[in-house]
Write a protein that binds this ligand. Structure first.
Ligand SMILES: [Zn+2]
Length: 73
C-alpha cells in the first residue's frame, strides 16, 4: 500500500522530502501530510480516500448477499 509514496520519494521531488508527515493513516498505514483532509472516526484518523475501505471493515458484520437480506435464499 505504500508503494506509491515510496515511488514518489525515489523520483526525488524536493517538496515531498521537505514535508514531514504528521500522522500515519489507521486504515492503509500511509503518510498523512499537513493540509490533508482526513476523517477522524472514534479515534482513528484515516485518509479521505480510505473511507470506503474503512467503512467496509466497520460494517463488515452487516455484509450479506441480497438473497439473505431478502430472506429468499
Ligand atoms: Zn489511508
Amino acid at each position: 500500500m505504500t508503494g506509491t509514496s515510496l515511488d514518489r520519494f525515489a523520483v526525488g521531488l524536493q517538496d515531498a522530502q521537505d514535508t514531514e508527515e504528521l500522522h500515519r493513516c489507521d486504515e492503509c498505514g500511509g503518510e498523512i501530510y499537513p493540509g490533508e483532509g482526513v476523517y477522524e472516526i472514534e479515534g482513528d484518523i484515516i485518509h479521505e480516500r480510505c473511507l470506503g475501505d474503512y467503512a467496509k471493515g466497520y460494517f463488515e458484520d452487516y455484509y450479506t448477499t441480497i438473497e439473505d437480506a431478502l430472506e429468499v435464499a
